[in-house]
Write a protein that binds this ligand. Structure first.
Ligand code: ZN
Length: 319
C-alpha cells in the first residue's frame, strides 16, 4: 500500500470542483472561528489561472493551495492570502505538505527501483564484470588496488619521469648552440639545460592514482543494493530522503562506471602497461621486476594478496 495516497492530485479545475465540500468562494467575515484553518490538503499549479477562494481577494493565480477549514469545507488560496488569513497555521501546514510531497516523490522513485531491482542488478553486473566490450569495473579496481601496493614498494623517484597524463619522457641535454641562444635571449636569467623528450604515452595512466574514486563508486552500489535487498516496504522519512537521492543518482553512477571500465580496458592492455618499463629504465632491476610482475598479473588475471583480501572482504564482488 502506498502510504501517501491521501494527497489528491489536482491537475484540472474539475479536480477541485468535483470535491464534495469544495466552495469556490468563501466569505471569511462570516467566520468567527479564531483558527479557521484545519489543514492544507494539496498544492497545485494550474493553467489557465484559477481564482482565489477568499471572496475579498478573488485574484487569479496559477499556483495555490487547496485548504480545509475548521468546519470541513474546502477552498483554494494563493500563497499571500494563506499567510494573511491563516498566519502561522498556514506556514506550518504548508511545510508539512511540502515535506509529505517530497517523501511521496521519493517513495515512488524507490518503489519503482525495487520493482525493477533485478533489471538494475543486471545493468550493474554488465558493467562490473568483464564482458566482450571491456575489462569490467571489478578488474580495473583490483588492478588499481594492486598498483597501489606495488607503488608503496618502490621509490617515489621511479615514476618521476611520467606525467600524470601518462606521458613518459626523457630529459635530453640541449645542444650547446641552443643553450647559448637561450642564454643571450634570457638576459642573464637561469635557463634549463635539459628538455623533456616524450618517448611514449601510457593511456589512462591517471586512473591508477584514483583509488578513492573507485572505492566511492563501489560503496555507492554496495549501499544501494544491500539496503534494498534487506529492506521491506516501510521507510522512515530520513531513509526516503537518503535512498531517494541514491536512486536518482543510479544512472549517472552506472554511466561513470561504464566509462571507467572502457578506459580500464585500454589502460590494462599488456602493450600499454609495458610502457611503464620505459619510464623506469633498465638499471633499476628490482623495481622493473615488481612492475613486470604487476603487468603479468593483469595480463593473466592473477590477484596479488591485497586484491585477494579485498575480494574476500567485500560482498559486492559476489553479485
Ligand atoms: Zn487571495
Amino acid at each position: 500500500m502506498n502510504p501517501f495516497d491521501d494527497i489528491p492530485k489536482i491537475n484540472h479545475w474539475l479536480d477541485l470542483e468535483n470535491r464534495e465540500k469544495f466552495s469556490a468562494c468563501i466569505d471569511l467575515k462570516q467566520i468567527k472561528e479564531p483558527q479557521p484553518l484545519k489543514k492544507v490538503i494539496a498544492a497545485y499549479e494550474l493553467s489557465p489561472k484559477v481564482y482565489c477562494g477568499i471572496a475579498s481577494c478573488h485574484t487569479a493565480h496559477h499556483k495555490g493551495f487547496l485548504v480545509e477549514l475548521f468546519d470541513g469545507s474546502e477552498t483554494i488560496v494563493g500563497h499571500c492570502c494563506g499567510k494573511k488569513y491563516f498566519g502561522r497555521d498556514f506556514t506550518v501546514e504548508k511545510n508539512r505538505l511540502t515535506k509529505l510531497a517530497t517523501d511521496k516523490q521519493n517513495y515512488e522513485i524507490i518503489t519503482r527501483f525495487i520493482k525493477n531491482l533485478s533489471v538494475h542488478k543486471n545493468e550493474f553486473n554488465n558493467v562490473f564484470n568483464e564482458n566482450e566490450l571491456n575489462c569490467g569495473f571489478k578488474k580495473l579496481m583490483l588492478a588499481v588496488i594492486d598498483f597501489n601496493t606495488v607503488r608503496t614498494n618502490i621509490s617515489s623517484q621511479t615514476f618521476s619521469n611520467i606525467g600524470y597524463d601518462g606521458e613518459v619522457f626523457q630529459l635530453v641535454r640541449k645542444s650547446d648552440k641552443d643553450i647559448e641562444i637561450e642564454r643571450v635571449a634570457g638576459q642573464g636569467q637561469l635557463i634549463e639545460t635539459h628538455q623533456k623528450h616524450i618517448i611514449a604515452k601510457i593511456n589512462h595512466f591517471n586512473l591508477l592514482f584514483q583509488i578513492d574514486k573507485f572505492y566511492q563508486l563501489k560503496d555507492y552500489f554496495s549501499n544501494l543494493f544491500i539496503f534494498f535487498e534487506r529492506h521491506g516496504r516501510g521507510f522512515t522519512s530520513n531513509q526516503l530522503k537518503q535512498y531517494g537521492k541514491l536512486v536518482k543518482d543510479f544512472d549517472n553512477k552506472l554511466y561513470e562506471m561504464k566509462i571507467l571500465a572502457k578506459q580500464g580496458s585500454n589502460l590494462l592492455s599488456k602493450t600499454n602497461l609495458e610502457k611503464l618499463n620505459l619510464a623506469i629504465g633498465p638499471h633499476r632491476v628490482s623495481e622493473l621486476r615488481l612492475v613486470n610482475a604487476f603487468i603479468n598479473r593483469q595480463a593473466y588475471c592473477y590477484l596479488n594478496r591485497q586484491a585477494l583480501n579485498f575480494m574476500n572482504s567485500h560482498k559486492i564482488l559476489t553479485w
